[in-house]
Write a protein that binds this ligand. Structure first.
Ligand code: HEM
Length: 535
């Protein structure tokens, strides 16, 4: 059977002429009618008006008119690949069952198919992949218990810690709604009112803000999740992807500009070509584990996604590796229609009370019902590779009903005594966290907005610090003084040297801009004089 057709063995391999003048390669329309003329619309005479009953033409053009779905509201620009995850059966040196009962991790060597989509965040569908921007790193594991999506980024922390702020943040990072022009002042206007972003800004404007491509970068779940064992006991967990043989590589702004001058798709190209030539990228999945409590000994909240968990106290523990070894067969069907979400967990994995994670979890499937359609989970890229049996029916583009062969297709409700689907048995104890507090809208207690930003600044090598200062200066020099001053204050709070260098850099750059504008206005005056003289 040829992929994507319903023409089962028509004519056989050696007999490709059918009685109808049709062969296996004959173009048809979607009704299966052979297309005999794909060049000319039907007209009255060969230069006369066209007619409306020209079904082949109208079908062709109206399908074309609908070829795009809305681009993702964030992470619109992406590339994807298939592969597998192989479990080590342990977490570090301990049996993994001590912490989680998730089946995909239990047995050493066990493979689970995956699909990964990498992306940039702020740019539109065909924007340059050299942008200074976090990179999305979303992994769909097609496990035996159904799908698990680990929707992460390359950097390990985030700009904000409360989901309420996300739409404003993205508006500030995207182009001006009037002119449709990007402008760093919009971004820094928001950031200068968002002290908790200082740590992320420190990473983003350093060389870590432009990974060289999608293969040579790390990944992280960023938000805090839970692992649950058979006893229903939970720990907090953070996920990290570490590149194996391909290593890590970042770009300076200058290197990125040089690539961007000739290629706006270098990361898609790099991934696609590496997989085509058999050079399969690999990452090791590591976790950090922490008991699920307030941790008064820490100067930050473990559920705050603007913070790194110090690796001396919470070491990276290896749990498995991922290999990407197959390119998509069709970009739109797989990469564009892929739908990842933080709500998509399997037994043994759970949510933490991280406020960003909880806000995200509503957002993903909500946007996907709009972007792809209410039956987006029936598409092969999104459907689990195990059986599904639901009472969901209808909706746009409903393609099948998931009634098992033994089931009763009339009974699309539960409970029922006359047939239909039944609830699964609970295996393992349910994790039941206990809450006793007021319902409030408040900030967390230990914001510590600048401490880790300073530590990260000091951990950089000198060339990375120089690059960071230079990139910040380039962006801040076009911002108004109120914004600049607020940012100097934040960087100084992080590390006095950091603040001083940015401030001095901006002062110098503005001085140079002033000189340049004097020179250019003097040159312009001269040119006008000359033109006037020449009459
Ligand atoms: C994509 C919302 C924070 C990683 C998206 C999409 C939405 C969204 C609506 C588009 C999904 C689609 O059209 O299929 C949010 C909200 C956030 C948030 C409301 C905060 C409250 C984050 C964070 C990360 C992240 C912290 C990193 C861990 C991603 C990735 C994608 C994405 C990787 C692209 C998935 C793909 O390749 O299809 N997000 N996001 N997001 N988000 Fe978030």
């Amino acid at each position: 059977k040829h992929h994507g057709t319903n023409v089962e063995g028509v004519g056989g391999p050696n007999d490709d002429r059918l009685g109808t003048g049709e062969s296996n390669n004959t173009l048809t329309n979607r009704q299966g009618h052979p297309v005999t003329d794909n060049q000319n619309i039907r007209t009255v005479g060969n230069r006369g008006p066209s007619t409306l009953e020209n079904y082949d033409f109208i079908e062709k053009i109206s399908h074309f008119d609908r070829e795009r779905v809305p681009e993702r509201v964030v992470h619109a620009r992406g590339a994807g690949a298939h592969g597998y995850f192989e479990a080590y059966g342990k977490v570090g040196d301990e049996p993994i069952s001590k912490y989680t009962r998730a089946k995909l991790f239990q047995e050493a060597g066990k493979r689970t198919p995956v699909f990964v989509r990498f992306s940039t965040v702020a740019g539109a569908m065909e924007s340059p992949e050299t942008a200074r921007d976090p990179r999305g790193f979303a992994v769909k594991f097609y496990t035996e218990d159904g799908n698990w999506d680990l929707v992460g980024n390359n950097l390990k922390i985030f700009f904000i810690r409360d989901a309420m702020k996300f739409p404003d943040m993205i508006h500030a990072f995207k182009p001006d709604p009037v002119s449709n022009l990007s402008n760093p002042e919009r971004m820094f206007d928001f950031l200068s009112n968002t002290p908790e972003a200082t740590h992320m800004v420190t990473f983003l404007f350093s060389p870590w803000g432009i990974p060289a491509n999608y293969r040579q970068m790390q990944g992280s779940g960023v938000n805090t999740y839970k692992w649950v064992n058979r006893e229903g006991e939970a720990v907090l967990v953070k996920y990290h992807w570490e590149p194996l043989k391909q290593g890590i590589k970042n770009l300076t702004q200058k290197e990125a500009n040089e690539i961007q001058a000739t290629n706006v798709s270098h990361a898609t190209q790099d991934l696609y070509e590496a997989i085509e030539r058999g050079d399969y990228p690999e990452w090791e999945l590591c976790v950090q584990i922490m008991s699920d409590d307030y941790h008064p000994e820490l100067d930050f909240d473990p559920l705050d996604d603007t913070k790194l968990w110090p690796t001396d106290k919470f070491p990276f523990l290896k749990v498995g590796k991922m290999v990407l070894n197959k390119n998509p067969e069709n970009y739109f069907n797989e990469v564009e229609q892929a739908a990842f979400g933080t709500g998509v967990l399997v037994d043994g994995l759970d949510f933490s009370d991280d406020k960003m994670l909880q806000g995200r979890t509503f957002s993903y499937s909500d946007t996907q019902r709009y972007r792809v359609g209410s039956n987006y989970l029936q598409l092969p890229i999104n459907a689990p590779k195990k059986r599904t049996a639901t009472n969901q029916r209808g909706g746009q583009m409903s393609y099948y009903v998931d009634v098992p062969p033994s089931g009763n297709p009339h009974i699309n409700y539960e409970p029922s005594t006359i047939g239909g689907l039944q609830e699964a048995e609970q295996v393992g104890k349910i994790h039941q966290p206990h809450y006793n507090d007021k319902l409030v809208r408040e900030k967390i207690d230990r914001p510590n907005d600048f401490g880790q930003a300073g530590e990260t600044y000091r951990s950089f090598e000198e060339w990375e610090r120089e690059e960071l200062i230079s990139n910040l200066v380039d962006n801040l020099k076009v911002c108004r003084p109120e914004i600049q001053n607020k940012m100097f204050e934040y960087f100084t709070n992080a590390d006095p040297e950091y603040g001083r260098r940015v401030k001095e850099g901006v002062a110098k750059a503005m001085e140079m801009m002033k000189d340049a504008s004097h020179t250019s206005s003097a040159a312009a005056d001269k040119a006008v004089d000359k033109a006037e003289k020449m009459g």
